[in-house]
Design a protein around this ligand. Structure first.
Ligand SMILES: [Zn+2]
Length: 100
């Protein structure tokens, strides 16, 4: 199955994009509509990015304060800002040229 998935990911007719999917009852991770897959980037990714960026910019701030700052910043973000952060993150990750 996993090899079929690798192969299918190279299929030109498949489109994948990131978008937030609103559902009041439960957290929706993604959806498939015909040839399009929409993936809901986890809030955890955004929160983790903020957390680690605080460590990088401010190594003097301890873990407890970093968590508090991260939670405050994350709680105030709009959907648009989260999307922007995800896009910046993807661009940054892409600069590694597929290497780790
Ligand atoms: Zn930490």
């Amino acid at each position: 199955m996993i090899k079929q998935i690798y192969k299918a990911l190279k299929d030109k007719k498949l489109k994948i994009r990131f978008s937030w999917i609103e559902d009041k009852k439960s957290y929706v991770y993604g959806e498939c509509f015909g040839d399009e897959i929409v993936i809901n980037p986890y809030d955890a990714v955004v929160a983790t990015l903020i957390h680690e960026m605080i460590h990088w910019k401010h190594p003097e701030i301890n873990e407890r304060s970093t968590v508090r700052l991260e939670e405050n910043i994350h709680a105030q973000l709009t959907m648009r800002q989260k999307k922007h952060l995800i896009n910046l993150l993807l661009k940054k990750v892409g600069e590694n040229g597929g290497k780790k």
